[in-house]
Design a binder for this molecule. Structure first.
Ligand code: ATP
Length: 195
């Protein structure tokens, strides 16, 4: 048997965490999270953080030497070239961490890889199937505004900075439609897992 490696992705705030929490709690599946590895990539004194500080100056750091994420976010949000440079530093590290963690798991296990930028970061070859969590755009905007305390313009800007959700759905093996209740979402997850 080979590992069943489910790549869980979607748009910002569409429900990836809600799905992975359910899979962990109900099915006790191991969850590997790209966001955690991306944070490890830029830990204090890490080689990548040092490169970032060389490129943007120490003003990109907070007084304790950790990364000023908000400042870096402002740099890359407005500058595509810099965003690409940054991703080239971080994505190989994330890929390596996934490989390490999957090696620790039994060869016949099912594992969930939560990767918000699965397509953008070209990490699809890490997984054996792709699940996309979808919500209709109106719901996505509403939930994002509520959860992150954003204006409608801010919510839309974040959504529009990503690959369109419909495009992700076209590349999915499974689409989980999270536009309705949690109960409806959980039923779809149960079905997808046993299929
Ligand atoms: P991010 O991309 O920011 O990491 P995410 O894809 O992990 O977000 P969640 O954090 O799971 O998304 O969900 C976003 C918000 O929507 C949360 O506040 C969550 O509680 C809420 N939410 C998720 N699913 C539903 C649902 N079916 N009904 C109502 N609220 C929901």
């Amino acid at each position: 048997m080979t590992q069943r490696k489910i790549g869980l992705t979607g748009g910002i705030g569409t429900g990836k965490t809600t799905v992975s929490n359910y899979l962990a709690k109900t099915y006790k599946l191991p969850i590997l999270d790209a966001d955690i590895y991306a944070r490890q990539a830029v830990e204090i004194n890490s080689p990548i953080l040092n490169k970032i500080a060389q490129r943007y100056g120490t003003e990109i750091l907070l007084s304790d030497g950790s990364l000023n994420r908000q400042k870096l976010g402002e740099v890359v949000f407005h500058n595509n070239e810099e965003r690409i440079w940054l991703e080239q530093q971080i994505h190989p590290f994330v890929r390596q961490r996934f490989a390490e963690e999957m090696n620790k798991l039994p060869s016949n296990s099912t594992v969930i890889l939560v990767i918000p930028l699965l397509f953008e970061a070209k990490l699809t070859n890490l997984v054996t199937e792709i699940w996309v969590v979808f919500v209709d755009e109106q719901q996505q905007i509403t939930r994002l505004m509520q959860r992150n305390n954003l204006t409608i313009e801010q919510a839309k800007a974040r959504i529009n900075s990503q690959m369109p959700l419909v495009e992700k759905c076209q590349k999915a093996d499974v689409i989980l439609d999270n536009s309705d209740s949690l109960e409806s979402l959980y039923k779809q997850i149960d079905a997808a897992l046993t299929s």
